[in-house]
Every structure is written in structure tokens, then in C-alpha cells.
Write a protein of this length. Sequence first.
Lengths: 235, 228
Amino acid sequence: MPVGNSPVIGITCPSRPTKWANWDLDAVVLPTTYHKMVMQCGGIPLLIPPGCSSEVMNRIDGLIISGGPDINPQIYGQNSGSYTNEIYPAQDDSEIELIKSAIDKDVPLLCICRGFQLLCAINGGELHQHLPETVGYENHGGWNGRVTEHGVDIIKGTKLEKIMGTHITANSTHHQGVSNAGNLLISAYSSHDNLIEAVEFEELRFCIGVQWHPERIKHTNLYLEFIETARGSSL
Amino acid sequence: MRPLIGITTSVNSRDYETPNQSVVILPENYPKAIRKAGGIPLLISECDDVDELLDCLDGLVISGGRDINPNLYSQTPHEKTTDFSDIQDSWEISLIEGAIERGLPLLCICRGHQLLCVIRGGQLFQDLPTTEGYEEHGATGGNWSEHIIKLEKDSLIFELLGSEIRGNSGHHQGVSDAGDLRVVGKTSDGLIEAVELNDYPFLISTQWHPEMLGQDSVFEGLIQASSR
């Protein structure tokens, strides 16, 4: 590969009050799994802290909206339920601006977990605010740090199916879920309770949102396809 | 277009989303200071190919963090030097050396300042509270100390901050020898608090934390140099 040809991938991160070593400050925090997966798949990862304007889109070839805290329910026209008690409006605002810019410019976009939920919410969708108390989804999976696994059925003919096939095993560690995907194409449901697990915009080069965390369970093919598409935009 | 400034992060293990996860952490006041000064702050983390990374950046900040492996300055670890990472050390050494080779504007803070000095042939005191003459220098009982730092005329840091500032101190190690760097700031106890590299386009290196003290001119200087 020629030098300078690797696509630059921006990854959003949360900032929150954090204690570590002898520090106790607002800090930007992100699991290393995201940037390690990006590097493994041939991209150059740059982490985007909250407050960044869409100007950064001029400097990256692909964008990942990472997992993290719940989004503000006002974004999808609801009041906060009793389990939605930790929201970060500054992060919401900058990620919304970045997602809109990526869609507008057709920059490859991969939205994970929180990012998937935000992608749906700003495109006319809605969320279940707490799956363990939502009829039909009480046993969807782990949350609050607990991780479980379940099957995911992928719809034939979607871009996701071309990348991953028709059935995969996904990890699950979330307490909110997408109830309505708005004007996005639904590309996958969980096998055991039919929760919306993935969406895409077909007309864009790469715009995929997934509820699970592919970077934690070696779903390398999804990241590879994302980064290869981004490489096209870097030429 | 506003310049893109890379800021190094530290990898730590902690309970985050799932138990005992490896995460990158950086105090938010770094990106906030860069943004306020007119730059685009992006965080960078340990990688193999620093050349490709440096190609993306207009300026670089080596942030504060854990201790450096004392082997790098030919010492064995003091009993208080317990938290260091060889991976982080070698990654940041490559970054600093690569940046200097390119003439990239560079700001080194706290750990970054110490690492720069070590790379340039310097030495550290491994534990100031038990080093004669420096017992009061750092944080005591978790509280950071403050002290006056005198800055040398005809230096970049003097141009940006004037002849005297109040610096903060939460560190337990310090620079005892700055190698081939020019010492441009010291506390009254004689600790080396700021250094520069002669004939370099823009390099600021401070033991204290300008991002915690509202020293905007330091970041404005970095952004201006990175905009060229």
C-alpha cells in the first residue's frame, strides 16, 4: 500500500466526570477496541471529542459514532423515563451535526450502539427507553455492564447482508433500543424478540448503524468494508 | 482552514460499560483549550505507524500522564515509580522524534515535558517528596501546590506569558537535567519547569499544566504556528 493512502477515520467519544490515578476531572473516555479495530483494518484512527464542529469532516475519510451514554429523549420527542438519567447534550449536539454532515457529503458512516440509536432518532425514528420494562423485550439481553449474546437475522438484499451474510451472533449490552427506524431501511432484527438491530441508507456509499458492538467480537468484515469504502474517498 | 492538533491519550484499565475494560482517557480541558484558541483538537492513541499519523496533523500536544520507565534515562525504578508503560513510552518517543524531524509545532506538558527532556539526553528526579531540596514541590495529601516560575528573556514562553507566572504542581517526578535543551523556566527551588529547543519553529515544554490555568496564550501560540 502506498504511503499516505490509508483512510483517516474519525471516532466520536464521550466526555464525563472521571476518576483515575490521582485525577478527578471531566475526561474524554473511549474503549480502545474501536481504534484498535480501525488500525487492524487499515485505517488511521483520530478520536473526536464532544464540541467538535462539522469542520472536522474536511479532514477525515470515514466517521464512526461510538457507543456511550443514552441520548436525550427530547431528540425523538419523549420525556426522560426513570432509567434515562445520564445524558450529555453537548455530545448529542456535536454527534448530530457530524452525522448530518456525513450523510450530506456521503462520507462513509458507521454508527454503533448509541450511535445507531442517534442515527435512527434524528431520521424520524424513536427509542424504547428501557427494554427490561418494555413488553416483549424484557429478556432482550445484558445491560448495566452485563454482556449477553443473541442471534441476529439479516434481511436479504441489504448491504449488511452482502457484508455479513444472513445470520450472525451479536453481543448485547444496552438497555435502550430502536422502536422505529424512521426513514432508514431496517436491515436486521434480533432472532429471539425481533428488536431492530441494524439499519442503513441504501443510496449512500456506506451508512450503516448496528445495535451491537462489532469491534468487540471480531466482526472484522464490517469494519473492513467500511474502511475500504473510506479508502475510496481518500484517493 | 483551522489547524488540526493531535493530543496524546493514556490507556488505562477500568470498569467502563463492561468490567475491567481497556480505555483511553484524556482530561477534557486539553481539547477545550485547543478549541478556544482556534484549533481542531483530535485525540490520538497508541499505534504502530506514527508517520501516517503525523501526516494528518498540523500540530501536536504530548499530554500529562503516568511516569516514564526510568530505564530510558539509565536509572532503576524508585519504589514510588510504579506506574509506567513501555508501549506508551516508545509510541510517544516516536511521535516526538518524528515531530521534531518534520519541524511540527509541538507542546509537551508534564509527562510530555519529562519525556522530551529524557529523549534529548536529560535525567529525572524519580520522587521529589523524597529528594532533598524539593520536598514541598508537588502534591501533598492529594492537594496540588502552586509556585512562582521565572521565565528567561528571549524565549518563546517569555513572549507568550511574560517574565513570571504561577504554575501548578501535582507531579512527583521532575527534570534534573534537560540534556541539549535550553532551560527557560525554573521555580525558586531550582526545578526545571520549562525548556525549548534552539532554532526550532515552535516548541513549548512545561512541567506545569497551562490547560488547567487558563493560559490561553500558550495554545494561541501553538495554533498560530500550526496555521502556517
